[in-house]
Design a protein around this ligand. Structure first.
Ligand code: HEM
Length: 445
């Protein structure tokens, strides 16, 4: 009887709802401050985006349940319907059986043996970057990390055949496409002439990326051999049931997905990592000592990564503190969560950022404390506490790639240099907090 009563109740509505506008302004203005506070009102809270009712999931345990136990009853949220026409049908976009099929086809590109090869690409790219630095020089580290992440993800896809100029152009084009996709999807079609010149730049960028990637695919088809890169893995992957391979268009969509998913995220984490090290000389000293002990005179490689225990904790703490604000899902069936029924056809929101900044899970959450990731302390964390890569069947397919990249780049740089703050740091908060200016001076160790 008691249980039935609970289930028939509705989840509480977040305070501060305006007629028609709902919570939209509070969300837009306060961002993570708004979502982090919602847990005080319950584990499931109704939030209105304009007139649209959504369900916000506020606890790690329920977020984990949502993504793992209820995963098959969900598809990507409505926002994806709007960006799909521009970004295609890559893995991050599709749902259901189509997602399962594509996920299996992409898995070989992230196989352990291949990650070991990409580790060499990562170490070489980081070494090239620091070779271009001169001691005492002040660098914009956020820009260096963007270029570095773009190099790593492009060379992992297309081997080392891709030139520096091509990588930089690809990076800029993809940045423009992502940046404008959102505004294009929000503006009604009949008003699009207002943005004629932006539209021309968008179309030109899209055409360049298309021609460039299709050129690589056509070239590969002429030779047809495995070059050890991700493009080869994608083109060679066969559907287990039908034996079919992907069409050029599907491979193109996946390449664009991997490029866009793998650049900004990793660049942002790397930039914040160097910022935190500079703010915490004690942590920096421990990383330097570990890197020296584990590497000796060797170039960082995959076998070092598992031995760089403290360094990995530092990376994980960076990924906790600086992460994606919100992600969304759409329910295909009713789901029971925390004693409430979320009806089929609802939009569900969860926030890796707010979960990571919830003092109930992480005491003193603004403090940068790699000790949180010591094995014993980690064991005490609830399921769903670490959501940087999401969870369940849609967990980031590039998680091991990304963590390997961050550790290898950090080890390569830390073996030779310290980066010292050289002026005010500015940042912005969009889909995640990101540094807009991170000037640092290069000091040889
Ligand atoms: C620190 C770096 C990274 C972070 C924080 C990150 C975060 C995420 C998150 C949170 C998701 C799940 C989104 C959701 O549940 O709605 C995701 C999915 C995905 N990520 Fe990453 N990612 C990172 C790096 C990468 C890299 C390097 C690649 C590829 C080279 C990549 C490729 C993907 C793809 C393809 C998906 C879609 C997976 C699916 O839906 O099955 N990511 N990522």
């Amino acid at each position: 009887m008691g249980l039935r009563t609970v289930k028939s109740m509705s989840a509480p509505v977040a305070p501060g709802r305006w007629p028609l506008l709902g919570h939209t302004f509070a969300m837009a203005r306060q961002r993570a401050d708004f979502t982090t506070r919602l847990r005080q009102h319950g584990e499931v809270v109704q939030v209105y985006l304009g007139p649209l009712r959504t369900y916000y999931i506020a606890s790690p345990e329920l977020t984990h349940q949502l993504l793992v136990a209820h995963g098959p009853k969900l598809r990507k949220g409505r926002i994806f319907d709007k960006v799909r026409p521009f970004l295609g049908n890559g893995l991050a976009m599709v749902s259901g059986p189509e997602h399962l099929r594509q996920r299996r086809l992409l898995q070989p590109a992230f196989h352990r043996d291949r990650i070991a090869q990409y580790a060499t690409i990562m170490a070489d790219a980081a070494a090239e970057l620091i070779d271009s630095w001169t001691p005492g020089e002040t660098r914009r580290i956020e820009a260096d990390m963007q270029a570095l992440a773009a190099t790593v993800v492009s060379r992992s896809l297309f081997s080392t055949e891709i030139s520096r100029d091509d990588i930089e152009r690809l990076r800029q084009d993809l940045f423009l496409i992502l940046d404008q996709t959102m505004s294009r999807s929000l503006i009604p079609g009949f008003l699009s002439w207002l943005r004629a010149s932006a539209n021309r730049r968008f179309d030109a960028a899209l055409a360049r990326v298309h021609a460039f990637v299709m050129g690589f695919i056509a070239d590969w088809r002429r030779h047809g051999e495995d070059r050890g890169d991700q493009l080869s893995a994608l083109l060679l992957a066969e559907d287990e049931d039908t034996g079919q391979r992907m069409s050029d268009q599907q491979v193109y969509d996946e390449v664009v997905t991997l490029l866009t998913a793998g650049m900004e995220t990793t660049a942002r984490a790397l930039a914040w990592l160097f910022h935190e090290l500079a703010e915490h000389p004690d942590i920096e000293a421990k990383v330097h000592a570990e890197v020296t002990e584990v590497l000796g005179d060797e170039k960082p490689a995959i076998e070092h990564v598992v031995r760089l225990n403290y360094t990995r904790q530092v990376v994980k703490e960076t990924l906790r503190k600086y992460t994606t604000w919100i992600l969304m899902r759409h329910t295909l069936q009713d789901i029971e969560l925390g004693g409430y029924t979320i009806p089929a056809g609802s939009e569900v929101i969860f926030s890796p950022y707010s979960l990571h900044h919830d003092p109930e899970t992480f005491a003193d959450p603004e403090r940068f404390d790699p000790g949180r990731w010591e094995p014993d302390r980690m064991k005490a964390l609830p399921k769903g506490a670490f959501m940087t890569f999401g969870a369940g069947a849609r967990q980031c397919i590039g998680n091991v790639f990304a963590e390997t990249e961050i550790v290898i780049v950090l080890a390569t740089i830390a073996a030779r240099h310290r980066l010292v703050p050289a002026g005010p740091v500015t940042s912005a908060f969009a889909s995640a907090p990101y540094p807009t200016s991170l000037p640092m001076t290069v000091q040889p160790r």
